[in-house]
Structure formats: C-alpha cells, structure tokens
Ligand binder design. Structure first.
Ligand code: FAD
Length: 445
C-alpha cells in the first residue's frame, strides 16, 4: 500500500518517543506522506508507568491518542496494526492485519520489551513494567492481594503482602519508592482493619549499588531514602527462579510472594528478529552514526529498537530523550536524502539522568558534566525534562506540571482493580510449582 502519489512515502513503525517525533517533524513537509503504524492507537509515556502501577495515575493520564497528536496533518496516515515482518531491500512491512506498506524510506522504532535473561519462571510469573497493559495488570495484582489479605489474614504468612522487585536500575528504584509510599500512605488509610505494616517491599539486585548508571553519591542517596521508607534491599544477590508463589535467591533464601516485578533489563521488541537486519546487544538493530542500517540507506532504526553508536564507541542508553532526539534527527536525514544533501551523524544532546524515589525524593545529574542535585530541586529538574519529553505527544504540559506537584506533595490514588484476571490467585496450592498468569486478553482501557 502506497498512498503517497508523487510524494515521497515514509513508513514509520512505532509511535513512541522516536517514531512520533519523527512523524511530527516530517508532517511539516508537504512533499512527504507519512504512514505511522502502531499496534496501539495511543502513545504511552513510559517514564510514568510505575505511577499507573501504584495507582497514582490512571491509564489515560499517560496515554495520548496518536490520531489526536497528528491531527491537522493530512499528509499523515495513522494505522493501528502490528507489524510482523519487514523486507529492508524493498522497504516493505507486513502486518498481522494482512496489510503491506512500502515506503521510499522505512523507519523502525518499535521500542523494547522485558529481557528475562533466561531466569527460570520469570517470563511466566513475574510482572514486567514496560507497557500500559503491564502497568494496569500490576496495579490489579497489587490491589488484588490487599483485598485477599483483607478477607483472610492467614494469607499474609503466605506472602500475600510481600512485593519483590527484581532489578535496582531507575525503573526498579523508582517503583520501590512509589510502592512503599502506596503501602505506607494510601493502603494504611484504606485498609484500616488490616495489618498493613506487615507488608514488605523487597528490592533485589545482583550488583552492589542501586542506580548503577549514576554517581556513587546517588547510589548512597537512593539506598538511604529507600531504607528510610522501609524498603528491604537485597544487594549482591541474584534471582535464581521466579516460582508462582516465591522468588528464589542465589544466597539460598526465598521470599514468598505472588507479586514479583521484573525491572531487570530490556531487549528489542520482537519485530527486530523478523526485520532481516543485523542485530547486536539486547537483540537491537545495529545502525550507523546517521541512524541508517549498513547496506540499506533508506532504512532507519532508532530509539530503544537500535544500538546507536556513542562517541566513546559504546551505545547510547535506552532513554526517552535519546529516542525523541534521534526521531527528529532521522526526519532531518530523510529530508536531506530527498533534497540531495548529505545525511549527518546523530549527535545526542545529553541533558542528564534522573530518578524520582517516591513522592518526596529525587536525584538528578544534569548535563554532560553531571552536576548533582538531590531532593526538591532534583524533582524540579525531573519535572522540566519530563515536561519536555511529554511535549512529543501532549499539549497539556501545564496539566502535567500541576499533577506532578500534586504528586510530590499529596496523595491522589486511583485504586481501580480493572484486571480481575490478575486478582484470581490460587492460594490453596502451597507447592513451588508455577502458576502462569492467564494470557493477556484484555486491552488497556
Ligand atoms: C518504567 C520505565 C521508566 C522510564 N523512565 C524514563 C525516564 O525517567 N527518563 C527517560 O528518558 N527514559 C525513561 N524510560 C525509557 C524511555 O521510556 C524509552 O527509552 C523510550 O520510551 C523509547 O522510545 P521508543 O520510541 O524507542 O520506544 P517506545 O516508547 O517503547 O515506543 C515503541 C512503540 O512501538 C510500538 N510497537 C512495538 N512493536 C510494534 C509492532 N510490531 N508493530 C507496531 N507497533 C509496534 C509500541 O506500541 C510503541 O508505541 C523509561 C522506561 C520505562 C519502561
């Protein structure tokens, strides 16, 4: 399918930070027709997924309609469909809906998924947190175990109120802080008959420090804040197995739980294996500095889907800022191709890294020199950067900032148990056998 007529046709797969920023930039040029294909009809703001999972935000607070984001651009088609294969020679993709789309340029920006690194039982039993559905499922499980324990106190001994987060990077650390706050504040207020103080949040990591990509000061700050909130850290310990009713650790201990949360790593989305392109670390597509794939000058891969070369020979990290900037850069290189100019190598403008550790603590390391901030000032920096990221899809920056200050200062819980399948736990079976979660049959609200 090529609806572009005389215009150059750009097919973009994925409406995340990378694909959407590329589409928006190209949409400004009437000589181009864009087809943006995403398996969802929305753009999801991943940095706030853990706030959906901990009932601070609703799903529609962090999801924006792709059609609405691209409204007013008649040269852009949005198609909700899942791309299942790509032919880089002809720049054609095929979809599960039976369609094919062929472009003069093909931009692959399908993002990432959890990487369980072969950990026994993790894929079947742990909750990943990389999409809106996953956040919604985790929220329902967390609310479900509180409801179960409220009906039957003996379930607390079986680990009903134990939450085990696997991975102490930014996702795991932010989630641990938010979950502990949810237990200490929202749940303690809601479940007045229940011994909520018996709830435990564990954070397990095989390394010795949290937030390993940050400075040693940030490692210590994060550990101090989490411990002050009541999170139990298990550092230097690997997860050997995630069973249906417990997490087994390399030091021989096991933690009974029905809520093991995987924040242990990422790999490219499944499409990467069916794109006929060279792959590297994390199964991601290897790209040249100008973001095209070697040997395929009309094919670009970007964001979390690609290994993008960094100046020191490593790859750029999987960050929203990287994805957004390389989406814009790809648009500029496509325009250069069309006008006979040379493509230029992508330069990432590094504004820094940051993490929010619950509602009253944050750490930020700004700029390439990594100026360190902690506490409310770090939170303000977090806010500024995330408002900028959010502008990829959302015009309501003021609403976002209002929400964020509210979040920092007080509670606004959205305790909706909308995935009842996640709350149906077989407590009667005490064996260590796995109880795989039911297949994901319900789309995000
Ligand atoms: C919990 C969490 C917290 C994070 N916090 C931060 C943070 O604080 N700051 C920061 O900078 N970054 C953060 N990140 C990382 C950041 O969100 C990602 O780097 C960024 O989303 C990558 O953008 P992307 O466009 O490459 O991929 P994505 O945003 O994942 O978008 C990929 C899109 O492709 C679509 N798609 C996938 N496969 C197909 C297919 N086969 N067919 C059609 N469509 C498909 C998906 O539906 C999705 O819309 C966080 C990530 C997570 C998971």
């Amino acid at each position: 399918m090529n609806p572009s007529g005389a215009k150059k046709h750009v097919v973009i797969v994925g409406g995340g930070f990378a694909g959407l920023s590329c589409a928006r930039k190209l949409a400004e040029n009437d000589a181009i027709h864009v087809t943006l294909i995403d398996k969802h009809n929305y753009h999801q703001f991943q940095p706030l997924l853990y706030q959906v999972a901990t009932a601070e935000l609703g799903t529609d607070d962090i999801a924006t309609s792709l059609r609405a984001s691209l409204r007013g651009h008649p040269n852009v088609d949005v198609k909700m469909d899942e791309v299942i294969g790509a032919d880089p020679k002809t720049r054609t993709v095929t979809t599960s809906g039976g369609q094919t789309y062929q472009g003069d340029f093909l931009v692959l920006a399908a993002g990432s998924q959890a990487n369980f690194f072969g950990t026994t039982g993790a894929e079947q039993n742990a909750f990943p947190l990389y999409s809106l559905e996953e956040a919604q499922r985790l929220r329902s499980r967390v609310l479900g175990v509180f409801e179960d324990a409220d009906r039957d106190r003996t379930l607390i001994e079986k680990g009903a109120l134990n939450f085990v987060i696997i991975g102490g990077g930014p996702t795991g650390t932010e989630l641990a802080g938010a979950l502990m706050d949810m237990v200490n504040f929202a749940m303690a207020r809601e479940y007045t008959d229940l011994a909520v103080k018996e709830a435990r949040v564990y954070l397990v990591d095989h390394g010795q420090s949290l937030l390993s990509s940050f400075s040693p000061e940030a490692h210590e700050y994060a550990a101090r804040i989490l411990q002050r909130k009541g999170v139990e850290l298990r550092m230097g310990v690997a997860v050997k197995q995630v069973a249906g009713d417990r997490v087994m650790l390399s030091d021989g201990n096991s933690i009974p739980t029905r809520t093991a949360i995987w924040a242990g790593g990422l790999m490219a989305a499944p499409l990467a294996a069916n794109a006929g392109l060279p792959r590297g670390r994390g199964g991601r597509i290897e790209v040249l500095p100008d973001l095209t794939v070697n040997g395929f000058p009309g094919v670009y891969a970007l964001g979390d889907f690609a290994n993008i070369p960094a100046p020191d020979g490593s790859s750029l990290p999987q960050l929203g800022a990287v994805a957004m900037q390389c989406g814009l850069w790809t648009a500029m290189n496509v325009l250069a191709d069309i006008t006979g100019m040379s493509r230029t190598p992508f330069h990432y403008h590094d504004k820094g890294i940051m993490a929010m550790i619950g509602r009253d603590a944050a750490v930020a390391e700004l700029g390439e020199k990594r100026h360190q901030l902690q506490g409310p000032i770090a939170f303000a920096a977090w806010l500024g950067i995330h408002a900028l990221l959010m502008s990829t899809a959302r015009e309501r920056i003021e609403a976002f900032i209002d929400w964020a200050w509210n979040y920092f200062n007080r509670s606004r819980p959205i305790q909706v148990l909308d995935r009842t399948d996640e709350a149906q736990i077989r407590w009667s079976d005490d064996s260590h056998s796995e109880h795989p979660r039911p297949p994901d049959t319900k789309a995000a609200a």
